[in-house]
Design a protein around this ligand. Structure first.
Ligand code: 2HA
Ligand code: ZN
Length: 269
């Protein structure tokens, strides 16, 4: 069977990058079994031949109407598929979908009828928003980092921006590479529309959103940047936890040091 990636170097490179990141998520220990999902808006790489391709699945409701996604195409990790398998065989563990003209359903077009991620409503809602605000962002990742999820089990860290400031203060790079910090969504049922809507609300302010006692979501121009933000935050969480496990509360950078860095790196306050 011919793959949609054949003779399409840009699309093949994009899928390679997704597979590379899927491998990192597994190696990090953030992607047990089928945990986590990746979606990328690939509409910009779609040619007329792909537009004519017949669907290989039934039209399936998304669960929401997303007006900005009309005619858009996405690579989506498959539901119940493993990141570690996707890393080696991305077109067997994910698929390319097209959003139908009603903006409320999708169909799979390639390579195989692999049903997209259970978190599709959240992912597509995020992409819809990212188009509407002209961000140019194309990638969304959801994953289960042990350290960051553990921190959401402490109610003190769930108050607005408490965790952002704590993680920023562990090492200068964290604010530099994750300047908006991270938003918090109180616990909601996985895969639910409520989770999708609450995530969307946080995206207005943040590029990274924690789902209490579940995982993290991040959005960026590309899948590597989306991964890097979570990785940077997780590094800070590791430093915090390592200090705590050595029996002391880490000092954190002082307010002056944070201020100096914010000015020097031209970061938002
Ligand atoms: O895809 O992580 O939140 C499995 C999940 C659901
Ligand atoms: Zn999850």
């Amino acid at each position: 069977m011919k793959s949609i990636l054949e003779n399409r170097p840009a699309l093949a490179k994009q899928v390679d990058e997704i597979a590379e990141v899927a491998g990192y998520l597994w190696q990090k220990g953030w992607a047990e079994r089928n945990g986590g999902n990746i979606t990328v808006n690939i509409t910009g790489m779609i040619d007329d031949e792909i537009r004519q391709m017949p669907a290989i699945s039934k039209k399936t409701p998304i669960g929401k109407t997303l007006p900005n996604l009309k005619g858009c195409y996405f690579y989506c990790k498959g539901t119940n598929k493993r990141m570690r398998d996707l890393a080696r065989r991305p077109m067997e563990n994910g698929s390319v979908i097209r959003i139908c003209d009603d903006c409320a359903s999708y169909e799979i077009i390639a390579d195989q009828a692999v049903k997209p991620t259970s978190e599709l409503p959240a992912h597509l809602s995020m992409h819809d928003y990212l188009i509407s605000n002209g961000s140019g962002y194309k990638a969304a990742i959801h994953t289960h980092p042990i350290d960051l999820v553990a921190m959401t089990h402490n109610p003190a860290f769930l108050k607005k921006d408490v965790l952002s400031h704590l993680l920023w203060s562990m090492i200068p790079e964290t604010k530099a590479f994750c300047p908006k910090g991270l938003g918090i969504v109180p616990y909601k049922l996985p895969s639910s529309i409520e989770l999708a809507d609450a995530t969307l609300e946080q995206l207005k302010e943040y590029d990274v959103v924690m789902w209490e006692k579940h995982g993290v979501c991040s959005v960026s121009e590309n899948v590597m940047e989306a991964f890097d933000m979570i990785d940077t935050l997780s590094k800070s969480a590791q430093i915090y936890l390592t200090a705590k496990s050595m029996g002391f509360e880490p000092d954190g950078m002082t307010d002056e040091q944070m201020k100096e860095m914010t000015v020097a790196f031209n970061l938002p306050k």
